[in-house]
Ligand binder design. Sequence first.
Ligand code: MCN
Length: 826
Amino acid sequence: MTAVDDRPTTEVGKDRRRKEDQRLITGRTRWTDNIQLPGMLHLAMVRSPFAHAKILSIGTDEAKAAPGVHAVFTGADLADSQGVNINAWPITPDQVTPTHLPVPSERVAHTGEIVAVVVARSAALARDAAELVDVDYEELPAVLDLKEAMKDEVLAHPDAGTNKSAFWQLDSKAAGTGGDVEEAIAKARQDGIVIEREYRQQRLVPAFMEPRSTVVDPTGEQVVIWSATQVPHILRFAIAATMGIPESKVRVIAPDVGGGFGGKLQTTPEEFATIAIARKLGKPCKYTETRSETMVSAHHGRDQWQKMTLAAEKDGTVTALKVDLLADLGAYVAIVGGGVPVLGAWMFNSIYKFPAYQFNCQTVLTNKTWVDAYRGAGRPEATYAIERIMDELAAEVGVDPIAIREKNWITHDEFPFTTVAGMTYDSGNYEAATSKALELFGYDELRAEQKRRRESGDTVQLGLGVSTFTEMCGLAPSRVLGSLSYGAGGWESASIRMLATGTVEVVSGATPHGQGHETAWSQIVADRLGIPFENVEVLHGDTQIAPKGLDTYGSRSLVVGGEALVRAADKVIEKAKPIAAHLLEASVDDLEFEAGQFTVKGTDKGIGITDIALATFAAHNLPDGVEPSIDADATFDPVNFSFPHGTHLCAMEVDTETGQSTMRKYVCVDDIGTIINPLIVEGQIHGGLVQGIAQALWEGAEYDEQGTLVSGSFVDYTLPTAADTINYVSEHTVSPSTTNTLGTKGVGEAGTIASTPAVVNAIVDALRPMGIDDIQMPCTPERVWKAIRTAGAQQDKAPTADAQAHFGEGAPNQDPAAGTTDGAAQ
Ligand code: MCN
């Protein structure tokens, strides 16, 4: 446990506008695709139109003869130099991990996989010529459905002999963290309640603003790579490890990056192919994808079937939870693809004190685009399933969803609390967050309105959705990662350079791509060192400038990187102290440091820390044996994750005649410990909410029977816009984390993790009197309408008094023929 530093702050907690926005919104920044190098060539990818096929031959003559074309490369041409895509997290020693070549030469395993690369004078000419590459394929049977893949009748990779990649289990009895799940379920079947449900996490496409782009300059001493990536350090490691280039000869720069949401934490075939080709040609090369290419080749997110078995006593006290998970990996095991569903293992039990727990996870290969982290990575999926089924339990027991949560949650006086999954939650106060949320929401009034609408048979019904969530963020203690066979550590680094003229450079190992680190990091350093916010410059995203780092994902940057920064700042002060004492002719023990000044206690003698920086630059008058620098580095490896939590409440109006669901109100009270910058946090929560709400209502990657992504553009993939959203009410409670001296917890994923079940719970709550207890996401008007019709058809056969009472005459259940089960209530 780490004590939270209670020094007074002036910057931390301030609504600072983001420094970086000036250049971002006035076009004064340089995205990867803006980079122009002398003699640079442009790449276009030839991609497979088939989900699974043998490559019989590739005719490149016509493309090579096309205007402006410099070269055409196939997988065979690149075999000696292209490296291999890495899986950094084999979740079991026997995990089936098909080799993932950037450009395969024999077989493709998903639509959109690269089969050849055209290099031309311009991107347009390269794309035109890519059309002329003549690939002869022999189509192979493709397996596209997760449950079908489990049968191993059609294999995504025939050589692998199975589609089952790995099986991973967490069992509370075996781990010694709780009781026997099967026993508890058997008991509940006799004298309690057992609820069994299956939830579908549809596939999502991370829709970052800037498509991926890579520029490679191989002409100097080093190979210099600019890439729109979240992970420049990991990319450099992967290049060195798989392409045979010494790490010291590789420089990776992530300039301003237009979003990632996990989608840019991959080391990609496109990056490897661009590097291999630039090196072969000895010329700078650039590849920038089109949006349609992003949709088929950047990794997707979610895609799970979640079978939940919840056992409880008759009063709603949960006695056991069993989770059987099937997770689609797509065609390859991506960099952390296998581990993403496993991350949910510690989160299905959420904020609750379940006595017994078992998590069984089977990862499965199919012939679809590979799947990996998407905002929340494993935690939204877990939160969705548990928050959905807790509502089912409430309905079964006949109590309000809030009451069932109160009965089972960890109370504020029980922290730190070790859960049935073996995680020790640092701090929290679910009662406080929930009561604040209920008040802001006007829960009781809305329940009263719901009752009125039910009684009057209103065609527009009101539903209230509750989601009380926690998540683990701040990835991660390196030892824990090691014990899970993760291929890297979880530390982060920061350096502070005290420049001679009063300004300060902060070098950060974390790599923001929209999170506003330059602003938040400046606030932290300004506070700790007592220097003006404007005088801090934050440098990041270049392995030459910030050589040590593990990048940005898993809401880790503040909790891990921010703490590294604090420690570096404290080292600066410690280094400056003897110099201050020397210059003030005082004893070190008599000095105080506050607001950037060392003062001699009880006197008005003092010197500023920036004056000491200047004194070290001149180095004319330093104490003997003291180095002429107060710069400092720190690397921080957390001992635990941090566990933000919150209560999200959503009111949805559901038109029972059209199936249209409209959000009426959304209130969230998040507890993320100490807040560095409320304005940034507000933005993070709003962005996160929209992504989670979008999963509930709009987004979903759809494939046809041939394995073509039919939702392969923004025309078909329903990404929300500002017009689709409402004004969310976002508030906070503060339970400082005990894992870092700032007391902070991460926020980057919180909104996404919490919001999806809040919305679906609200829709189901509106329709529950009709006998509807689930709608598969996304809850489109069509699906909601079909669920209503199906329920109506069933009720026509045997109408329940309850339904009649709630929906009255003329309720939308009069047409049995319209009922269908396709995508409707499960
Ligand atoms: N913050 C704060 N006080 C807190 C917590 C956070 O002021 N108690 C601030 C931090 O200083 C930082 C921001 O909020 O400026 C996010 O911090 P953190 O929660 O540490 O998350 P990371 O910086 O590690 O960002 C990763 C996270 C993830 S995992 C995804 S996915 C995501 C997200 O951030 N992708 C994003 N937010 C995104 N925002 C944008 N614009 N674009 C993305 O791709």
